[in-house]
Design a protein around this ligand. Sequence first.
Ligand code: ADP
Ligand code: MG
Length: 683
Amino acid sequence: MDKTIFQSVRFLPGVGPKRMEPLHDLGIDTIYDLLTHFPFRYEDLQVRDVSTIMDQEKVTLAGIIVTEPVVHYYGFKKNRISCRMAIGEQVIQVSFFNQPYLKNKLIQHQECIIFGKWDAKRSTLMGMKIISTKEDMEETSNFEAVYRTNKSIRQSTLLKLIQTALPLYKENIPNPLPSSIQKKRQLLSHPEAVEGMHFPKDERHSKQSRQQLVYQELFCYQLKLQSLKKKRHHSQKGQSILYENAALKVFIQTLPFTLTEGQKKVVNEICYDLRAPYEMSRLLQGDVGSGKTVVATIAMVATALTGKQACLMVPTELLADQHYETICALTKETEIKVGKLTGTTTLKERRQLLEQLEKGELQLLVGTHALFQEDVIYHDLAFIVIDEQHRFGVKQRVQLAQKGMGVNVLQMTATPIPRTLAITTFGEMDTSILKEAPKGRQPIKTFWVKEQELEKVYDYIEKQVQSGRQAYVISPLIEESENLDVQNATEIYEMISKRFENRLSVGLLHGRLKSDEKESVMNAFQKNEVQVLVSTTVIEVGVDVPNATVMVILDADRFGLAQLHQLRGRVGRGEHASTCILIASPKTEQGKQRMQIMCESTDGFYLSQKDLELRGSGDVFGLRQSGIPEFKVADIVQDYDILEQAREDAITFVIEEEDSVTYKEIQEFIEQTSRETEEVLNG
Ligand code: ADP
Ligand code: MG
């Protein structure tokens, strides 16, 4: 590959040492960086008819200057040129601020084309620049690129640099996509597209250029993911967990229920990975209540049957307690020893636990991030399950995996990840999806009511409790401060306690309680000694109390759809019909839309897709920390179709062309151009 283009920008005429730093701040180090510093929008320079323009619109107007321009000085370095311009029958005012040198270009009786902002009230064009003459106009395109700049580099400087670089280096711009793909997808060449992004001839040209860049960006990224995946599948570096199938079947038969078809399929997928000589890296997505815990337990038991160790990492103490109990109950008929390690495990217990762990006397360990602390040494760790994986950073997940050689990793999430995010963020992993809920589940009815009806809602809770059920009341989310969150929950707790005094028992749960306090509240709720649980979002993940059938969420419009869905998933877990009541008076149209969507659908995948569309990818379930790659041009929501094509092509290409010259070339190009994405992938 010709590397001329990857030289430093300082080789470019007009770039002195002083320019280097501000350019670097814009992410521009090489000539290629400069040429791919694309405009984020275009100014439409086409001359417009005055009668069609709106107040404050940016437009180009052409006319005859009819008065001698005058410069008014009114303060230090402040001045304004003004003159009048005739456009047909109409005469408008033209003003330029702080550009006195433009006076020479506004020549009385001559035609002039000016780009600026239209002030309708004053019939004035606030001039931004003069586009000399009509002939000039015809030569250049009607669009002008607008670039992201910073304090030290002006728009015009950047434009000039790009104008200098393009003719000099156009020949050196690589064209990394395989020609077969370029042809199949009818794409411009990369050099053509780069030019077209800066200087589009027309709208179509600009669109085609963008298309090429989006495709190339997504293809390169997918190619990287797919080749990582292929490499992993072909390596022998993972631990094979060769459990005895019959023994595992016996265990599955002791479960208190039969597995759903979906669960069986996922168990097979996971167990196939466990046996294989490569490292498992699998993502299990399953809506709340779809029964992931059992699936994970089966795979952990398979591991334990061979004498190797498995652990399950969860984000909260509450969940650790709950999963520990579940797993203990499910494995009570077996020889397998289960332990629990969290931040509040006493020193004595901890010492004992670590000893058993190191000696291999303990096979299954459940816990929080305490599981990967330095002094936790495993005898033979072979399998890790990470529940609610989006709650952990990439680093933490990697740290845990380093506790053993060739460890198999299963990540689970109850937040259905829209496909567009899944295939970018988790594209190098294998994925399993649990869709159907276990049989006998009652669907959850969702209602959206205004605050004024809160009393009726409390009456409803009381009625439900009288018939033996339980309820959650979620206090409003206050993102900025946990203190306020807690205060809020406490006030609501007091108010509700008073209202139900002597009739119902009310409990309070929030993040500031000590862990034994949390445990005792949860225990009381589990045992139905507490009937109404007021809580912050700490109960969002995992909590499982099948007798709870009412979920009331206050100020529901403050939550994201994915989060509301998680909260709603706390009910509908048993045999009784459940209700979710959203209390909200949203002010925006989007807010209302979100409440309606919640009432219409209980399909987590649909909701998270909607959430993505309504709020953009940055916001969806804090996935940012799990490493959504940042693309220069592509937008994975908007460019979804291209993403699918690029992925499809990358998969085929990895299979068919791995040994070809083109493949090596494109990989070289990827390495050369994707420093940031590299970091994301390597944690
Ligand atoms: P998730 O972790 O996916 O939200 P859980 O594993 O907590 O879901 O399961 C939710 C509830 O469903 C639990 O009470 C569990 O015991 C029950 N459950 C799981 N699988 C089945 C099944 N196949 N049949 C009946 N109940 C099941
Ligand atoms: Mg779970």
